[in-house]
Design a protein around this ligand. Structure first.
Ligand code: FAD
Length: 376
């Protein structure tokens, strides 16, 4: 893999083309636009037949990339009795589904899933393969990339295509989050990438959509099934669920002390919001890690994100890149957070936040409809 420590714009197409020139003919499918590209694939992750939303988000992004490549978008569904997921994938925007069904693929297990995916990839040769950056997605991505002998760009926050060279570009925070790297995989196909949940946007659902289902036969030998699932015990996640919140109020180091975090909690209560935090606040022990937003915390996607006393370090920003509206309160007019905020209040949070909370307390439900229909 080749790594460029610069933005996509700083890319050198010449260098990429040179690198392509060393690839054997058979794998040079994406060197220039005269050669027909392979498809863009998305692995449909599911637990006992229930799809992980990240799969549909990746179909949304995959559609954009497939359009750029002038190729088809395909979903690859692996499991047992999972044809309903093929139907769902069409509703979510795929053009085609590769359906791998086997009794032994009933439960997710690393080795058989990686082998099944590898066999499908070797049969149909996609250009790019997108997987969710979830526990199972990361596990499968790494194992399958090793078997396929291709490159994996993990935890991408942006994907694109260099149209001049046909090269797939994966951008991700790197070097402790201090730089955004754009990484390419010039010598092998497919380029595999993982993307965290809530980073990409799914397409509007269309119940009338349908398409071609390709049933894929894979061969799994007894020695490929090296683990056995004896029982499944789900762990119920209780307490904070920032992932599903519609409104988040986050506090940072600007609060000065854990004793002041109640200001965030009171504002959040009036907005029926969840409470988030920067790593500085978490590290200071003012609030638990489950509240941390950012690169080493959660990627969130609420309708509204209110950042209070947070400077807007890149490691925090990567967790809120796809929020609909960001509002920030900071006393430093040059704070980076303002660069990506839709609304900004410059001033002392100790004056602004209590005043906002008081104002909201006196606001009728008519003007604050979220009080009636909170979907936290
Ligand atoms: P600061 O940067 O100190 O900002 C405090 C802000 O509060 C300042 O802008 C200041 O102007 C403002 N302020 C101060 N007093 C007031 C006041 N009275 N009224 C109004 N405003 C005031 N960070 C994350 O958040 N999430 C992550 O997941 C994460 N992962 C990381 C991973 C790595 C590998 C590394 C190296 C760092 C990571 N960080 C992460 C840390 C990140 O680099 C920043 O240090 C952190 O986000 C800063 O938190 P902050 O904005 O709360 O604090």
């Amino acid at each position: 893999m080749v790594q460029k420590l610069q933005s996509v714009k700083a890319f050198s197409p010449t260098k990429v083309a040179e690198a392509h020139a060393t690839i054997p003919e058979t794998s040079q499918r994406s060197v220039n636009s005269e050669v027909r590209y392979g498809e863009v694939w998305v692995w449909v992750e599911h637990l006992h037949g229930k799809a992980a939303p990240v799969s549909w988000e990746l179909l949304g992004e995959g559609k954009r990339l497939a359009t750029k490549y002038e190729t088809e978008l395909a979903a690859v569904v692996i499991g047992n009795a999972v044809s309903h997921l093929a139907k769902e994938a069409f509703v979510q925007g795929t053009d085609k589904v590769y359906l791998v069904q086997e009794e032994s693929l009933e439960d997710y297990r690393t080795q058989p899933y990686a082998i099944a995916l590898t066999q499908a990839v070797k049969m149909f040769k996609p250009e790019a393969l997108l997987l969710g950056g979830t526990i199972r997605g990361r596990d499968l991505a790494g194992s399958a990339a090793t078997l396929i002998e291709t490159g994996l760009i993990a935890d991408c926050t942006a994907l694109d295509v260099d149209l001049e060279t046909g090269t797939f570009l994966g951008t991700r925070p790197d070097y402790g989050g201090n730089l955004m790297s754009t990484i390419i995989c010039p010598k092998h196909r497919p380029t595999m990438v993982s993307v965290r949940p809530r980073v990409m946007k799914s397409l509007p659902q269309d119940q009338s959509r349908h398409g071609e289902v390709v049933n894929v036969d894979v061969t799994l030998k007894p020695e490929d099934l090296n683990t056995e699932v004896l029982n499944f015990v789900p762990i119920e996640k209780v307490g904070v669920r920032l992932e599903d919140a519609q409104i988040i109020v986050s506090g940072g180091r600007g609060l000065g002390s854990g004793r002041n975090f109640h200001l965030i909690e009171e504002l959040a209560q009036q907005l029926q919001a969840q409470v988030g935090a920067s790593r500085a606040a978490v590290r200071a022990g003012w609030i638990g890690y489950e509240h941390q937003v950012g690169q080493t915390g959660l990627t969130v996607r609420p309708r509204v994100y209110i950042a209070v006393g947070i400077s807007g370090a890149i490691q925090h920003i990567v967790g809120i890149m796809n929020v609909d509206y960001i509002a920030s309160i900071n006393r430093d007019p040059n704070a980076s957070i303002f660069k990506m905020s839709d609304f900004g209040l410059i001033g002392d949070l100790f004056n602004i936040v209590p005043a906002l909370t008081e104002e909201l307390k006196s606001t009728s439900t008519e003007l604050a409809p979220w009080r009636r229909s909170s979907t936290q």
